[in-house]
Design a protein around this ligand. Structure first.
Ligand code: ADP
Ligand code: ZN
Length: 755
């Protein structure tokens, strides 16, 4: 028996080697199993993964030591041992890895590596398990759920403590409630709390819902229709992709939960992808609240032991629903029937390191290998997905109404050029309409969210006399001024410097702050509304552990009147008392050198608007902008996704941008600019000759981020309607070119960022 193995000796080998399997190991060497093998001239014991089991005739051998011409199994080295009791990787996931390696032009080792979380891959020792306690999913009755006996004060103290703290270790619970562990165990026997073994505590935000789950609501007609279509797709047991286009608050998540609940009832499993776990705690809470420990959370911020435990609970079939960010698309769920990609338009589904995969697209491929349904859900679908739906590749489901037919918030566009004129020039943070609207909210005791796609006090330091802009020496990009520390910070390489006293360009002392940052919004607001309780939420204020959860908790409890934030607050959060959203500068995203700039702006405005009026009071959205007539702004105001799509798709068609063509980007980087430029040119010429007439190439040119951490970057773009052929050509030409050691070449298939 022969095993085809990829070895873990750094990524980039991109080769498979054959080994003989001794009879004693024959039963355990399976596809996906990890094995120890001798490798290289020194026969160093190396770990590898079995990717195939060919018969002896095709054996290729460890080529470095194989005798020339030898093709028989006798010359092969031998597998030494098998690492895991069961293979960690299922054969279908191995197929998926092979597809990724080919499609994304990545070494096979990198693709296989992506299948396993680090905590699983690199763990050798076990982690001690402890007893954990959480509230049972029981209705809020005052006595025992089983025998009806009244709770003792001690037992009540335990429940109170758990309600406040969430899932905790047994020891912590007893200590916190001031009782003995016997009291907690008694409660467990009476079904009021659940005891389980785990490796340490889940962070509060991810622990099973602290609130006893409410009965699932009765579905609205549009939800019922959507659910029926999803379940029909699930029943087919074949790849079927649905695009669920539902406005924010239309009840999409509830549809996912119902579908998953049906699948669980039939013994199947599901995966739910969310853009970023930390930004979607409520979705995770709802899943765990509804399905308890059947849900495993795959989250890179979990302690290592938890990540290990959560992953294995799926692998072993104890958990049947996996929820997580993009890498959860590889979760080894048993009997997979459905993959949900929530907020499918989110750029965070694209991994920006090798293998540079797009998890939404991988989800569809996985659906093909697993023969299961895939639901892509969004209020603002990516142009790619909606295009596929329009062309019949995906089934389109529309949910145009909000739950309970609440009104979509009214969006008002404020022309900041007019505002500036009225004030006699100068950049103001708040327009008059926004100030008025905020004052009204404060009087009524309602909440406001202010949104800004930037952090820092002012975005950049500009000299009004000579136009000098303070730039980072290493990155050639404008630096951000942070008032609290009186420093300039480069947000790409983290370089910091003091603010100069006078303009380095002309010596003028009258420096002017241009642009607006979250700190400036906060301080300007404090002047206008001195009594308002204002909290700022951005990467600077959420560095501390749990800071994010704490701020949101305070906001939910009404301890904050105005929350000022970056795009962090634009995502799936749901606050019923927020009735006003202000967008300070809608233009920031429009001025990026990116063909998706309009799409991103439209998505951002629509998503932000969805945060207003989630409760009983209708919401209002005020958008401040210097380009009020831009289509992205106007379509967002009209809540007109289809209208935006029709115009934008025309623009993309004219310029042959995705989704009309596929785009791949090649990035060249190195320490010496002249070398990088020269090699990029050479590669460009070779590619130009190799690409078919169906492909267009732009560049090479210095990338917009021309210099990052003292590395020079050049790039080129290739677009084609025949993507596979184009990517193959790119891959071949770049592999054949002898690139100098000092130059790094990256192919980014279906690139998302063009910086
Ligand atoms: P979306 O995912 O489209 O933003 P959700 O599923 O989160 O929408 O629903 C928005 C809110 O409405 C949530 O608070 C949810 O609990 C509630 N909800 C969803 N469906 C119903 C329903 N059929 N009846 C009552 N409330 C519902
Ligand atoms: Zn820098």
């Amino acid at each position: 028996m022969i095993a085809r193995v990829i070895v873990e000796i750094g990524v980039g080998l991109n080769r498979e080697f054959d080994y003989r399997v001794p009879a004693a190991l024959a039963g355990r060497v399976k596809i996906g199993a990890r094995v120890m093998v001798p490798f290289g001239a020194g026969n160093r014991e190396t770990r590898g993964t079995v990717v195939g089991l060919p018969d002896g005739a095709h054996a290729a051998g460890d080529k470095r030591t194989r005798a020339p011409g030898a093709g028989s199994g006798r010359m092969l080295k031998t597998v030494l041992s098998v690492c895991d009791r069961d293979p960690l990787i299922q054969p279908r996931l191995m197929e998926l890895a092979r597809w990724m390696a080919t499609y994304y032009a990545a070494p096979i080792e990198a693709a296989v590596k992506a299948l396993l979380p680090v905590a699983v891959r690199d763990r050798s020792r076990g982690v001690a398990e402890v007893w954990m306690v959480r509230l049972a999913d029981a209705p809020a009755i005052s006595g025992c759920g089983v025998c009806g006996a009244k709770l003792t004060p001690r037992q009540a103290a335990v429940l109170d403590w758990l309600r406040q703290t969430g899932t905790s270790t047994l020891a912590d619970t007893a200590r916190g409630a001031g009782v003995s562990t016997a009291t907690v165990r008694t409660l467990a026997r009476h079904g009021r709390v659940a005891l389980f073994r785990a490796r340490g505590a889940l962070p509060a935000a991810l622990a099973a819902s602290v609130v006893a789950p409410a009965a699932p609501p009765e579905l609205m007609p549009q939800q019922q229709t959507a659910l029926t279509k999803v379940l029909q797709a699930v029943q087919r047991r074949a790849l079927h992709v649905l695009l669920l286009h539902g406005v924010t608050g239309s009840g999409k998540t509830e549809v996912y939960l119902r579908a998953i609940s049906e699948i669980l009832a039939e013994g199947g499993g599901a995966i739910m992808l969310v853009p970023e776990i930390a930004l979607t705690p409520q979705t995770v809470e709802r899943l765990r609240g509804r399905f308890g420990d059947t849900v495993a959370v795959l989250h890179s911020h979990l302690p290592e032991g938890d990540r290990y435990e959560q992953w294995h609970s799926i692998r072993q079939g104890r958990a049947r629903v996996a929820v997580g960010a993009r890498s959860a698309v590889f979760a080894p769920v048993h009997d997979l029937r459905l993959i949900v990609v929530d907020e499918e338009h989110e750029p965070s589904y694209k991994q920006e390191e090798c293998p540079r995969y797009q998890a939404r697209d991988v989800a569809v491929m996985r659906g093909r290998f697993e023969s299961c349904a895939v639901v892509l859900g969004s209020a603002t679908p990516s142009l790619e997905s909606y295009y596929n739906a329009r062309h019949g590749k995906y089934e389109l489901i529309e949910m145009p109404h909000r739950v309970d037919h609440r009104c979509m918030p009214r969006m008002q566009i404020v022309d900041m050029r007019v505002e500036a004129q009225r004030r006699g020039g100068g950049l103001s943070v708040f327009s008059r309409p926004l100030i008025e609207a905020m004052r009204t909210r404060l009087e009524r005791g309602e909440q406001t969210m202010l949104f800004l796609n930037r952090r820092g006090y002012a975005s950049s330091l500009v000299c009004p006399a000579c136009g000098f802009v303070a730039e980072c020496d290493a990155c050639s990009l404008a630096m951000t001024y942070h008032r609290s520390s009186d420093t300039l910070i480069c947000h790409w390489c983290d370089a910091r410097s003091r603010v100069p006293d006078a303009c380095p360009g002309c010596g003028d002392k009258a420096f002017k702050y241009s642009g607006i940052g979250t700190q400036r919004v906060e301080s300007a607001l404090a002047k206008i509304c001195p009594k308002a309780r204002i909290v700022r939420m951005d990467r600077d204020t959420t560095r501390a552990k749990d800071a994010y959860e704490n701020i949101l908790g305070d906001f939910r409890q009404g301890k904050i009147d105005v929350l000022v934030g970056t795009q962090m607050i634009a995502k799936g959060l749901d606050f019923p008392n927020v009735t006003l959203i202000g967008v300070i500068q809608a233009d920031t995203a429009l001025h990026m050198p990116d063909f998706r700039a309009s799409e991103r702006t439209f998505q951002l405005l629509t998503q932000v608007a969805g945060r207003a009026g989630r409760g009983d009071v209708p919401g209002e959205v005020i958008v401040q902008t210097f380009t009020p007539y831009h289509e992205a702004v106007q379509a967002a105001r009209r809540l007109d996704y289809a209208g935006f799509f029709d115009r934008e798709i025309e623009f993309r068609r004219e310029l042959a941008y995705p989704p009309h063509a596929r785009m791949s980007r090649v990035i060249f980087s190195g320490a010496k600019e002249s070398e990088v430029a020269a090699f990029a040119r050479r590669a460009g010429e070779a590619l130009h000759a190799a690409l078919s007439s169906r492909a267009t190439m732009v560049g090479p040119a210095p990338a917009p981020m021309a210099r990052v951490r003292n590395v020079y970057r050049y790039h080129l773009m290739a677009r084609s309607t025949a993507a596979a052929a184009m990517n193959k050509a790119l891959h071949r030409v770049l592999a054949d070119l002898k690139n100098p050691r000092a130059i790094n070449v990256t192919i980014d298939v279906d690139a998302h960022t063009v910086m």
